[in-house]
Design a protein. Structure first.
Length: 280
């Protein structure tokens, strides 16, 4: 077992990867074809309090369904040990269904190599096909993931072959998804702290719109500073302040941050059209 090609941004991520490989070797009797890191775990800026340790575990096509289910069971235990334990209330169960159905706030994903090579969002991230088709900008997310991911164990892939064309429908889906996240934040925040939903709704708005405009994948702060130059929106400054520092609940803040989500998605196609005109 060799994970020496993984340069962790934090000790937690390095321990997490080593624990994954140890479970494969000791409990399952085989090793994954590849382990791919993406998101803040790959780009840097990982924050244990607000970031997900995004690892995509790729299995050989010859691995059976029973073995895959065993991998999932062990990984679920690891996720709860390293990052978060799942709640047992009705609200927690509903949120868990939504999160697993869309792939959000998970620290691991499991797919077969054939699924990865198909570049199909619901197969790669093993999420509910209908729910992901309805609410998730799959092409945009896949393109963004493949533009910044790193193979941290096993077989390497030419991720350029997975790129798919984008259109304004992807931005509309991103807007719907981030709006839904923000609504969850407001509702859940009435009962218990729900900062991850606030942070996620703004973070994915920034990163999705940034990638749509530039085709590049950057850290959240860099995306926020990029849009600060293009949009007149004080909420961007406050978002940069709020990262990891909580959120002050009041109606004005709720409105201002949702206006930021709307502005980013509404203006992104116009900004892209303007950029194309400048290149002509």
């Amino acid at each position: 077992m060799d994970s020496s090609n993984f340069k962790a941004s934090t000790p937690v991520l390095e321990k997490y990867l080593k624990a994954i490989l140890k479970i494969f070797e000791d409990k399952l009797g085989f090793l994954p074809a590849s382990v791919i890191s993406f998101g803040s775990a790959a780009k840097g800026g990982f924050n244990h309090k607000i970031s997900d340790a995004d690892f995509l575990i790729v299995l050989d096509d010859g691995v059976g369904g029973a073995a895959r289910r065993a991998v999932f069971s062990y990984m679920l235990t690891l996720q709860e040990y390293f990052f978060k334990a799942r709640g047992s209330s009705l609200l927690d169960r509903l949120l868990y269904f939504f999160e697993t159905g869309t792939g959000m706030f998970k620290s691991f994903f499991i797919c077969f190599e054939r699924d990865l090579l198909s570049a199909s969002f619901h197969r790669v991230f093993n999420v509910n096909r209908f729910l992901s088709w309805l609410t998730v900008p799959g092409k945009l997310i896949l393109n963004s993931v493949f533009s910044s991911c790193r193979v941290v164990y096993g077989k390497k892939y030419d991720f350029k072959i997975f790129k798919r064309g984008l259109n304004s429908l992807q931005i509309f889906k991103s807007f719907m998804l981030c709006s839904l996240l923000y609504l969850f934040f407001i509702l859940i925040n009435c009962f218990k702290p729900a900062f991850k939903y606030f942070y996620g709704s703004i973070k994915w708005s920034l990163l999705n719109c940034y990638f749509y405009l530039t085709g590049g994948s950057v850290k959240v702060k860099e995306a926020a500073l990029f849009f600060k130059k293009l949009l007149e929106c004080e909420a961007l400054d406050r978002f940069l302040f709020y990262q990891g520092r909580g959120f002050k609940s009041n109606l004005k803040e709720y409105f201002n941050f949702y206006r930021l989500i709307f502005s980013l998605h509404f203006k992104a196609p116009k900004l892209l059209a303007g950029r194309k005109l400048q290149l002509v």
